[in-house]
Design a protein around this ligand. Sequence first.
Ligand SMILES: [Zn+2]
Ligand SMILES: [Zn+2]
Length: 421
Amino acid sequence: MAVQWLLVCHGLVTLLVVISFLCGQWPIFQGTFISRIHYFITLGAFDYFQRFVAIVFGSRGTNAIHSVENYCCDRPNPILQSLVVVKEQNVIDFGVIYLTIIAATYYMIVQSSFSYIPGYYISGVHRYTSLLAVGVGILLFLLTSFSDPGTVNAENVSEYLSAYPYDNVIYLEKECSTCKIPKPARSKHCSICDRCVARFDHHCGWMVCLQSLKLLLSPNMNNNCIGERNTRYFLAFLLWHFLLCVYGAVAIAFILAGRLKELQVIHILTVYYGIESSFRSLAPQVAQWLLASYNTQVLLVVFLAIVSLLLAGFFGYHANLCLENTTTNETYKWQDYISWQMKISEAKASAAALKASLGDLSNEKKPPESKWKAFFRRSHLEDVEVVKKNIYDKGYFHNFLEVIFPLSTRRRLLQNKTKSG
Ligand SMILES: [Zn+2]
Ligand SMILES: [Zn+2]
């Protein structure tokens, strides 16, 4: 029993570390222990290591670390460069095989569970509602893939230019060097689609599988970006698939509960096998029976539960971006801006410290800071506060409306009205 608990704890700790490492910088985790673990893994641990080496080996140790750091990070490094490319494209590649996954999962559910519908706890209507729900999911996928994300070109650039002002921090007034048109604030030139996209969020790698189909339908269509005009469909896509997974998991759980009831498993276990009629003694027996008789369904419930958790995370992240009126692209831009500002502040702080220590040499000597204190002192980077000012944030309600009814669309409608009026 102790070994099992050890394994459970090990699994939970691994999950926590992986989530903290991958998602700790997401706005939803700001101020939580997950963001603190993320800081420790990405910066803090290295900082503590550097201080440890400095105490034990002195300047020779720190010099060695700096030369290794310089070799790995500052020179063009194939591993790092490929990481940068992935970050640039932000290929949230969880759905390259979206259609395959959804078709295979639905097929498995139909094969394994439809013979028990209608069941004790589930009505026959779910045979049809499930198909409808999957159909809506595929429709939302197609809508996200084929809708215009807000392609900026010479004809419509004025609409997009008037939609958002330049904040002169992460967006400066300039021209797109490829398209040779003014670059509207919040837009980005997508190198993969080779076009400027308004309120650029990210380029979705998983829409690529439809590239060939798109070429067949219309060679000029190239909709793989998530931008001003299709963020709403993308959000709907994530939310719908989260609900779809929850629906599937709950429906299969009801089927299994129905089988337990219909086959009188509890009655047989307590009466014929003499097992005590309490949750603690029955639960392991029931779990064993389910795994032996309905392993496909149990696996499907686990799979759907895990995917629904992932989708909830993605949806939560993107919904939060929309409520704060920012984008994935802007999150990276602000991160770069803040780390640049931190570097400047740190350089200023060390210059001031050097000045102070030179001053101290002439005055009387202060008692030196304890090595332990110096070791556990927070990093300079943590102390520096850089103000992030998002001028596009107009409060949750207006931000949400802006995603549903994009500003450039509203302007286009207004222009058409005045023209016809
Ligand atoms: Zn461009
Ligand atoms: Zn793109």
